[in-house]
Ligand binder design. Structure first.
Ligand code: FMN
Length: 273
């Protein structure tokens, strides 16, 4: 049994490292989509993944659910953090021994996975499981939460994740497929991760594109100072470097992805910090 799990892990590791080949068989057998969603966006993505890979699915639920108000949720999180506690979750019903791969889904809260996932990691033993993170967020992205998972589960293989802004969750149906192929959960033609040119100084046209995509986002995203174009796989994807001066006087640097879609509309995709 251990040998089978090891084999699956090695196969997935090669997939995660980006072998540019067409795969004919799915590698992820016995998969469970396990997710928390407060307002429903992550649930939508979870159901799509379940359907696409033919996995089982379970939602993580709280003993005392968060209020649906953003402000009250922030207040409860702050109180819990000050008290050093995590929210109590109901025990999960799935038998984890039945699964090799766990698609772990969550909203991004405070830059990483929401606290119910921290509760789950505290209570459930994921030894030997391949973890596939996915999330929804206001601005972004999946990267920092994957790093947190790697820290929490140093012995596990944590694959490249998928994330989408809640405001454009409708795009997930199309975006999931290339990601699932890349991690070898689905057969198909490999689509590489975006590759950008070096940063160049911002032009007035690029600034107009940034403003069109991000102008109505309610939180500060910083001032754009540079722009890089994606060379592969989608030349309509653009990355902006933005600078924002913190209260401490330090400057924080962010990278903001914007897509100029076929219809001509500029879409704010995510922030990578
Ligand atoms: C308490 C709280 C903190 C949040 N923090 C972040 C954040 O740090 N970054 C971000 O991009 N979005 C943040 N969001 C927005 C959520 O990630 C986003 O609305 C998500 O899609 C909600 O998923 P759900 O509909 O599955 O609950 C936060 C939302 C809440 C309620």
């Amino acid at each position: 049994m251990k040998k089978i799990v090891l084999f699956v892990c090695v196969a997935l590791l090669f997939g995660a490292c980006g072998s540019q080949k067409k795969t004919d068989e799915t590698t992820h057998t016995r998969s469970l989509v396990l997710y928390y969603s407060q307002l429903g966006s992550t649930r939508q993505v979870a159901k799509l993944i379940k359907d696409k890979v033919g996995a089982d699915i379970e939602e993580i639920t709280l003993v005392t659910p968060y209020d649906t108000s953003f402000q009250k949720t922030i207040e409860r999180c702050n109180q819990d953090r000050a008290a050093g506690i995590l929210p109590d979750i109901h025990p999960i019903q799935s038998v984890l021994a039945d699964y090799d791969t766990i698609y772990l889904g969550y909203p991004i809260w405070f830059g990483t996975y929401a606290p119910p996932i921290a509760s789950l990691l505290r209570e459930v033993d994921f030894t030997g499981k391949v973890i596939v993170p996915f999330c929804t967020f206001g601005s972004g992205g999946v990267e920092a939460s994957r790093d947190s998972l790697l820290q929490q589960l140093p012995e596990n293989l944590v694959l490249e994740g998928y994330g989408v802004r809640a405001a454009r969750v409708g795009a997930a149906a199309a975006e999931l497929e290339p990601w699932l192929i890349r991690i070898e959960a689905l057969p198909g033609e490999f689509v590489p991760m975006p590759e950008f040119t070096a940063m160049k100084p911002l032009t007035p046209e690029a600034k107009a594109l940034f403003d069109e995509a991000c102008g109505d986002y309610p939180m500060p995203l910083g001032t754009p100072v540079g722009v890089a174009r994606c060379v592969e796989p989608d030349t309509n994807l653009v990355c902006f470097e933005t600078h924002q001066v913190r209260r401490s006087g330090d400057t924080s640097v962010s990278f903001i992805h914007v897509l100029k879609s076929a219809s001509g509309k500029a879409e704010f995709i995510k922030v990578v910090r």
